[in-house]
Design a protein around this ligand. Sequence first.
Ligand code: ADP
Ligand code: MG
Length: 250
Amino acid sequence: MIKTENVCKDFGELKVLKNISLTVEPGEVLCIIGPSGAGKSTYLRSLNRLEKITEGAIYIEDKLLEKREKGAKINKITSKERADILLEVGMVFQRFNLFPHKTVLENVMIAPMNVKKISKAEAEETARDLLGKVGLSDKIDAYPSKLSGGQQQRVAIARALAMKPKIMLFDEPTSALDPELVGEVLNVMKKLAEDGMTMLVVTHEMGFAREVADRVVFMYQGQVEEIGKPEQIFTNPKSERTKQFLKKVL
Ligand code: ADP
Ligand code: MG
């Protein structure tokens, strides 16, 4: 579903990603853990082309999205082709960024109507269905400011799903939430995983990673330090750095 080959990203002199090669299989949940500054967000953002990589290649569903050498693009792809590939990728951020002057329902309807040119009736039907799935049927006409952080993040998830992506990227979706609201968002993500969604999740929620991930990646200083099944990573990490990190967070 996703494949990256030797992805590097420099910000000027700073080498933030160093040869990241990873694959995510259809239906797989891959959790990325690691210390702050490891490059987790930059990696996720590269997959969505919110950051331009410096080196390496990114494939989405076997389609080449991007291939670069020394910053120069070496694949030919039209902006239409790129946009079509990226339609398959939804993303949820730490901050939800809902449209404040639109209702919950409108927030979920707007992108499919504007980007996919879906009829209002169809967009509304999908939005109602998704808002039901994230447990917000009773908040459809509310404005975001009237919702808790956990509710807003669930709207953000429904909004991303409304585009019917095949892959969902989550960048610390619960980090901005009060502790008592974390569970409701993780539960929605867990359900999504059980429904077979391919997911790449950057998280500090080790319980979630352990329970839901098919594989866990430990990123350290822009590299994949270790990758394995959650059971192995959490009980028997091979790398000393993984061990030290887990000691701090568990
Ligand atoms: P993480 O998500 O693992 O905490 P990030 O991917 O956000 O790490 O950041 C990795 C490194 O890249 C950090 O040192 C950060 O300061 C740097 N960085 C991130 N974005 C930029 C940017 N736009 N310009 C310069 N440096 C950046
Ligand atoms: Mg980050």
